[in-house]
Design a protein around this ligand. Structure first.
Ligand code: COA
Ligand code: MG
Length: 294
């Protein structure tokens, strides 16, 4: 998900060729307050120039927080039929529900297909939000498709002077919030999206952290610079070795007529959870091949 400041023409002009699965037109933290009105106009025009049927990638909008200018932002952009809204600084599923109700009304007002606008919640930007993450598993939210986590606003809200430990890794509070988002997303049946790598010239760090996020079960990542998109796409896609092994596992189970729950391949034991994971890998590889830009 590539973030593009909504008031910046030069950057907006780079969105179509970015190669990102989703571009997030930002009205929040990358736009100065005095530029918000012009950013809303630019974002609405950007959407209108790219009607849904013509899009080869998804177009999302990050609005301001609900207790800030969210409603003004939404009133300006929903008629452009964005694929989804990124909602920052949520305090929990109740905030996502409030956004759902706003979208219900605005879609009707603007003649947009009811329910088309999906939601990605940035779920760890306040301390209360982190403590309530478990509630996503028991709240039915029809538009929610992803949870993203972020460490920058959380550390500001906590009053911390850093979010890193002495080794340069996320400090425990942020690692804990990250793991809780991963579990909450999976429990709610939505995607878990890894946070940004803010040092956008550090490709090695981006790649190492993307690979481990993908291995842990995150399905995508936020990007802040076009140069981050290619590496992220590559690191979150199953590798050719992953696909080959998954094919072997699935075919070993399929040729096992007795329905035995475990198989051996090259001296390794694989059982039902491995079969499930192998099927997930093949489904993801197929989806990526299918969606690859022409
Ligand atoms: N989307 C689209 N284009 C971008 C871009 C982005 N997020 N970030 C940089 N570019 C463009 C630049 O405009 C530049 O093109 P140009 O020469 O035609 O103007 C080109 O890519 C190379 O950029 P570069 O010079 O390396 O970086 P920069 O100094 O212009 O910008 C940032 C650096 C961090 C300010 C910029 O990447 C940015 O604004 N990122 C998004 C920040 C954001 O949205 N934050 C909120 C989400 S956490
Ligand atoms: Mg922020």
């Amino acid at each position: 998900m590539l973030y593009v400041p909504g008031d910046d023409d030069r950057k907006l002009a780079k969105a179509d060729a970015s190669g990102a699965d989703s571009v997030v037109l930002d009205l929040e933290d990358s736009v100065a307050e005095q530029n918000r009105p012009s950013a809303r106009t630019k974002v609405r025009r950007f959407l209108a120039d790219r009607p849904p049927a013509s899009r080869h990638y998804q177009l999302w909008v990050r609005v301001n927080a609900l207790d800030d200018a969210a409603l003004t932002d939404l009133a300006a952009v929903v008629g452009g039929a964005p694929d989804g809204i990124v909602l920052p600084k949520v305090n929990g599923p109740d905030d996502v529900r409030r956004l759902e109700h706003m979208l219900d009304a605005l879609e009707v007002r603007d003649g947009v297909e009811p329910g088309r606008t999906k939601i990605c919640a940035v779920a760890t930007e306040t301390p209360a939000a982190v403590l309530r993450l478990h509630e996503y598993s028991t709240t039915s939210l029809t538009r929610l498709v992803a949870l993203n986590w972020g460490a920058e606003d959380l550390s500001a809200a906590i009053g911390a002077s850093t979010n890193l430990d002495s080794s340069g890794q996320w400090a425990l509070t942020y690692r804990w919030a990250r793991s809780a988002v991963l579990l909450a997303a999976k429990a709610a049946g939505v995607q878990a999206i890894e946070t940004v790598h803010v040092n956008y010239r550090d490709t090695d760090g981006l790649r190492a952290t993307s690979r481990s996020a993908a291995q842990e079960g995150f399905t995508g990542r936020a990007a802040i610079h076009p140069a981050q998109v290619g590496p992220i796409n590559e690191d979150f896609a199953p590798s050719s070795e992953d696909v080959r092994l998954a094919e072997k596992i699935v075919s070993a189970f399929e040729s096992n007529a007795d329905g035995i729950g475990t198989v051996g391949i090259d001296g390794q034991m694989f059982d039902i959870p491995h079969l499930k994971r192998a099927r997930n890998i093949l489904a993801l590889a197929e989806l990526i091949n299918h969606q690859a830009p022409q």
